[in-house]
Design a protein around this ligand. Structure first.
Ligand code: FAD
Length: 115
């Protein structure tokens, strides 16, 4: 299996790309889908210590994914992107890496695309 760093880099690419392609305003069905995806992801991510901490982060009241709220993390792309950025920064802090400036999220993961 890949080492934790290689797995992490690839996984963040997938997660941030998913957030960057989420609908601007997400219909209920998409919100439910994303909540299910992230919850299952947090249980199957094959770095078990990582998954455990990530599950704990997701369970905090302020981070919980609650569908059906227009103002919630699942309401649309901008909100989900900031949530994902916060999730990644939590790991960055834990590992002693510098935090990413979430205002640059779209530039890094969406509009900056070469194609
Ligand atoms: P990465 O952290 O992989 O980041 C890749 C790129 O994403 C960066 O170069 C930057 O351009 C961009 N980026 C950085 N921060 C953000 C942000 N906040 N928002 C948007 N873009 C950003 N490793 C462990 O050792 N222990 C753990 O407990 C652990 N938990 C993890 C939990 C999850 C859910 C995931 C997906 C990974 C976890 N990892 C963990 C792996 C770790 O986060 C890194 O992926 C790994 O250490 C490689 O780091 P890196 O410096 O190459 O850049």
């Amino acid at each position: 299996p890949p080492d934790v760093e290689t797995l992490g880099r690839s996984t963040w690419t997938l997660l941030h790309t998913i957030a960057a392609t989420y609908p601007t305003t997400a219909p209920r069905e998409k919100q439910d889908e994303m909540k299910t995806f992230m919850n299952i992801f947090s249980r199957v991510y094959p770095c078990w210590v990582c998954a455990e901490d990530f599950q704990r982060w997701i369970e905090r009241p302020e981070n919980k994914l609650v569908p059906g709220r227009e103002e919630g993390h699942l309401g649309g792309r901008a909100s989900l992107e900031q949530w994902m950025c916060g999730a990644h920064n939590e790991v960055n802090r834990k590992l002693g890496k510098s935090e990413f400036d979430c205002r640059r999220y779209e530039e890094r993961w969406r509009t900056g695309w070469a194609d």
